[in-house]
Design a protein around this ligand. Structure first.
Ligand code: HEC
Length: 144
């Protein structure tokens, strides 16, 4: 019976910890900065596919999911979005900071969107045919 007591204490400790971390302020600010400039999208379809698969992390038009209100998910999501917007941000578009063909390349290689994003975002999963169309659109928009 000694073990049962330990398990109960362990569960209580985890619950207390999960409640306590909700009070840490980091990750709570979900205000999206304004959209100031957009890239010259080659077609509305490329933009639409980009919104489905990339804009949550590489634009200021992030759709914050409900679970982004709870630590520790809120921390991981905020870190990803901060980093993603830093790498390139299509809402603060500046041709000088264009990563060019590298953007399409990440999709072609299957590196982006990240695998962990695809699980809760089935709309960002493309068929091979859709991926080919998307890669071409990204190349037309950002360069080869
Ligand atoms: C879940 C958030 C998220 C999504 C969705 C996402 N990215 Fe990223 N992306 C990141 C982060 C974070 C980085 C920087 C760190 C890294 O490379 O993992 C990054 C890096 C990049 C880079 C630079 C890679 C390098 O190594 O230089 C490119 C290009 C890129 N993303 C393109 C895209 C494209 C195109 C899409 C949509 C198909 C997309 N990303 C979707 C978070 C995301």
């Amino acid at each position: 019976m000694k073990y049962k007591g330990l398990i109960v204490k362990g569960v209580i400790a985890i619950v207390v910890l999960l409640v306590a971390i909700q009070f840490i302020p980091f990750g709570k600010d979900h205000s999206n900065p304004p959209v100031v400039a957009e890239p010259p999208w080659d077609t509305p379809q490329t933009r639409e596919m980009y919104v489905r698969a990339c804009a949550d992390c590489h634009s200021n038009e992030t759709k914050w999911p409900w679970y982004s209100n709870f630590a520790p998910a809120s921390w991981m999501i905020t870190l990803d979005i901060n980093k993603g917007r830093e790498v390139f941000n299509t809402s603060e578009w500046d041709a000088e900071n264009n990563m060019g063909g590298w953007i399409a390349k990440q999709v072609e290689l299957g590196e982006m969107p990240p695998a962990k994003y695809l699980l809760p975002h089935p709309e960002a999963r493309f068929t091979d045919e859709e991926t080919a169309i998307f890669v071409k659109g990204l190349q037309e928009t950002f360069g080869h």
